[in-house]
Each structure stands twice: as structure tokens, then as C-alpha cells.
Design a protein around this ligand. Structure first.
Ligand SMILES: [Zn+2]
Length: 353
């Protein structure tokens, strides 16, 4: 990555963090002024970069937000590495008005990343509160299976067996942001289990990006009884968590949870060596590879990144991921099928060292 490209990526990540901060405020738009400092700062930096290069720039935050909805970042006045983002991507979903998964992934990039890091920090706190890895594993699975509690039912959550878990995780839940309920209804997607909007200009939308054949939308008439995990845990824990549970259930030996970051797992490979894997579900292969390299570096050893088959099947996903891995990164990308297949160790780890 050249210096200009690094600056461009930094600028774009700054805008993404500003968008996330703006839309993370649960209150209605009327109470949201002024704009978050992070968004103002990102705008200033983008304008300066554009003016220095003689390119058109957004006139203010509202126009920058229009750009986030209407223009892909490759058309902005910043230099990005070739193939840094997939074609046609936006930071704000044009119809749903919500930050896209691309936006969330960009906001987590680099030393100033916020969203994935927030999820890691919340899970760190939970692991501390749990005291033992086994109890943490149970609580983490609870969060994965219930990112959105459509109807809070104290009778269910205070049952013996669940009550102890609920006591440890309940602080992580909050009421549903008030831009989600529409006509007195709030919706959850049966595919990704995340929040959904049944009517947008482009039809139904859900946070996990499920296709119509993968899901239905489940309504609740009592939005005040709906509890949701923060966006960070919805996208970076619960969304890949569905795939992680499939992977774990199909391994021949039990994977051991490491209370590290979002949670990694350790198993013994066919060669008898310990292997660590983390399951990801990220739409942008290049930012995903950069984050994976950071995680492997913190872990201090080789890391397998396991992703849903449908992601690896996307044209250019694997190539983009592998190409973006920094020199020496001890990371290997595997689809779920490759990872659980008996011969999965045949794919060489990409390691330029
Ligand atoms: Zn969904």
C-alpha cells in the first residue's frame, strides 16, 4: 500500500466511524444535533484532501451522508488501493438508511478502529465476570443465539439454568433503537436473527443481508419489550456465531474456546499440532484480511479464518483476501466445508516470511 493509499483508507475508515457513531445514537433524528465530532473531523479531512487534489468535495455533513448512500467510495476524492472494496458498495444502505456491513468493517480498521474493538472489549468484560472459561462459553453462546430478544419474558429468563446466564449477560442488552419500530412493530429476521425493516424502497431489509429465500421477518407488537445487543456484538459476534456453531457441531473433537478477543477456538489438527481458528462473516475481503492479520499478530501464532461457504464462493473473495494479507501474516482462509473436511489441512498457509 502506498502512502497515498494508506491515507485514503484512513480517511474512509474515519468517515465510517463517524457514520457508525451518528447512527448508534438511539434517539430520534430531531435530538441528534450537532453531529458527532468524529463525523465533523472526517468531513474536514476529506474536504482538505479533495481540495488539495482539485476534486469536488461535500459541502457539509448532510452532503457527506448523501455520498455515503449514493456513491461508492471509489468515486470519492481519496486514493484507495485497487480492489480495496467490492464494486457497488455503500457506507449507508440507500433504502434502509442503516450503516452497511462494509461501513462496520471499515470502522473497525486500524489502530483507531471502534466497532469490532467494542465487541472485543464487551466480551473481555463478560469473560472476567464469568470467572471460568466454561461459564463464559455458555454465556457467549447465549448471546450468539439471542442477539435480538423480540419479547422479553421474565418467566423464561429467570428459570433455573437460564437465570445465572441471564444475570451475567443482561447488562449487554438495551432497548431497540427507535428508528427500527415502524407502525408499532419491530421485526427480527429468522435467517440472521438480527434486526430487520420490512418495508424499504428496495423491499425488506435485514442487518445480516439475508436473501429472500433464506428468511422471513418475525414481528412483535411490543417494541418496548424488545431487547437487543449493541451493533458491535450483533455484527461481529452473533452473525459469524451462526456459522461458528455449525463448524463446532461438525468437528469430530470438541473445540476449546479461548477467551481471546471475539473468541477463538483451539483443536488438534490431523498432524497432531494444535490449531487455532476464528469464524468470521465479513463482506469485504480486503479489510477482513487486514483485521485477521492483526488478530493473528496479537495471538502470536498461526490462525485459521473460517468463513461461510457462500462468501468464499463469491468471485474474487479468496483472491482479494489472500492478496491483502501483509507479508509474514500467519493467516489462512478456509471455507466452512474446507475446514470440516478430513483433508482440510491441505490448503497452504500464505506466509511470505
Ligand atoms: Zn437476515
Amino acid at each position: 500500500m502506498t502512502g497515498h493509499e494508506r491515507t485514503g483508507v484512513g480517511l474512509l475508515a474515519g468517515v465510517a466511524r463517524g457514520v457508525v457513531e451518528l447512527l448508534s445514537v438511539a434517539r430520534s433524528a430531531a435530538f441528534r444535533l450537532p453531529y458527532p465530532t468524529s463525523l465533523q473531523l472526517a468531513l474536514d479531512r476529506l474536504v482538505l484532501a479533495g481540495l488539495m487534489q482539485g476534486h469536488p468535495v461535500p459541502s457539509g455533513v448532510p452532503e457527506l451522508l448523501s455520498w455515503c448512500r449514493e456513491r461508492e467510495p471509489t468515486g470519492w476524492p481519496l486514493t484507495l488501493p485497487t480492489g480495496f472494496l467490492t464494486a457497488g458498495t455503500r457506507l449507508i444502505h440507500p433504502a434502509a438508511g442503516e450503516p452497511t456491513r462494509t461501513c462496520a468493517e471499515l470502522a473497525s480498521l486500524g489502530p483507531d478502529g471502534v466497532l469490532e474493538q467494542e465487541a472485543e472489549s464487551l466480551l473481555d468484560g463478560l469473560a472476567d465476570a464469568c470467572g471460568t472459561v466454561d461459564r463464559f462459553a455458555v454465556c457467549r453462546d447465549f448471546l450468539i443465539s439471542r442477539p435480538v430478544i423480540l419479547r422479553y419474558d421474565p418467566m423464561e429468563l429467570l428459570q433455573p439454568g437460564v437465570a445465572q446466564i441471564w444475570r451475567l449477560v443482561k447488562e449487554l442488552y438495551a432497548s431497540v433503537p427507535d428508528r427500527f419500530p415502524a407502525d408499532g412493530l419491530v421485526h427480527r429476521c429468522t435467517g440472521c436473527l438480527l434486526l430487520a425493516k420490512p418495508r424499504t424502497a428496495e423491499g425488506p431489509w435485514c442487518e445480516g443481508g439475508c436473501t429472500l429465500d433464506q428468511r422471513e421477518l418475525e414481528p412483535s407488537h411490543q417494541p418496548e419489550q424488545t431487547l437487543v445487543l449493541p451493533l458491535a456484538l450483533r455484527l461481529f459476534l452473533a452473525l459469524p456465531g451462526r456459522t461458528e456453531r455449525t463448524v463446532r457441531s461438525r468437528l469430530t473433537e470438541q473445540a476449546r474456546l479461548l477467551p481471546f478477543g471475539l473468541g477463538a477456538h483451539r483443536i488438534t489438527g490431523q498432524d497432531g499440532k494444535l490449531r487455532v481458528f476464528q469464524v468470521h462473516d465479513r463482506i469485504q475481503p480486503v479489510p477482513a484480511a487486514l483485521r485477521a492479520a492483526e488478530i493473528a499478530s496479537r495471538l502470536g501464532g498461526p490462525l485459521d479464518i473460517v468463513v461461510p461457504d457462500r462468501l468464499v464462493a463469491r468471485p474474487g473473495y479468496r483472491q482479494g483476501f489472500d492478496r491483502a494479507l501483509p507479508v509474514g501474516a500467519q493467516v489462512r482462509l478456509l471455507s466452512t466445508s474446507e475446514f470440516i473436511a478430513p483433508r482440510h489441512i491441505s490448503r497452504p498457509r500464505r506466509n511470505h516470511a
